[in-house]
Design a protein around this ligand. Structure first.
Ligand code: GRF
Length: 199
């Protein structure tokens, strides 16, 4: 059974889909969420963790003198409960080098677009979907990829498309893409668990 640590900054619907897939879905018997970390004390993801009796920790950047000490605490929390795989699920901060080196090829992120398009610094949430509308794309989608030192540049594990209709707003696209996110994140985690020693 692989131990999953999830980092989330917001509502936590991807966290919820991962939790649900470990209890009654494709991750049952393969993985369990043992820790949820948020940088945002108001993140509903923390409430979701409490509802599921999963250990959660809020680590706020403002309480640390620099990025390194902030990331060191996150790494310590992950290692304290022997996390095997780190899942970023709507986590808006860049992951520090110390964490990446300790969890090389074991950190995943979900991005609400078909990377490499519409990725990189500043491309998150509604900014992504606004750029997709502005580019008059006919498809968008979601991507799960490995996390490296940059925003959204790691090796892609899985992607899934959604059709865009002419009059779709950024919010319409966000809603379509979120449904796909909930489908592909557990699948990506399963791929990693089944091939962990290959990556
Ligand atoms: C999702 O759109 C995801 O693609 C992005 O942040 C959002 C997280 O939503 N990284 P939630 O907190 O999982 O509901």
């Amino acid at each position: 059974m692989k131990r999953l640590g999830v980092l989330a900054s917001g509502g936590g619907t991807n966290l919820q889909s991962i939790i649900d897939s470990t209890s009654k879905g494709i991750l049952k018997g393969l993985g369990e969420v043992v820790l949820v970390i948020s940088n945002n004390p108001n993140a509903y993801a923390l409430k979701r963790a409490a509802n599921e009796n999963i250990k959660s920790v809020c680590v706020e950047r403002k309480n640390f003198k620099d990025e390194k000490s902030f990331n060191d605490i996150i790494l310590k929390e992950l290692q304290s409960v022997r996390v095997d795989i780190v899942c970023l699920a709507g986590y808006i901060r860049l992951i520090g080098r110390e964490i990446i080196e300790s969890y090389r090829n074991k950190i995943l992120n979900i991005h609400p677009a078909l990377l490499p398009k519409f990725g990189g610094r500043g491309m998150y949430g509604h900014y992504v979907h606004e750029a997709v509308v502005k580019s008059k794309e006919t498809v968008s989608g979601a991507t799960v990829h490995f996390v490296d030192e940059n925003y959204d540049t790691g090796k892609i594990i899985i992607q899934q498309k959604v059709k865009i209709c002419g009059n779709d707003t950024p919010q319409d696209i966000a809603e379509k893409v979120l449904i796909v996110e909930h489908e592909i994140y557990p699948k990506a985690i399963r791929i990693l668990i089944e091939d962990l020693d290959k990556f």
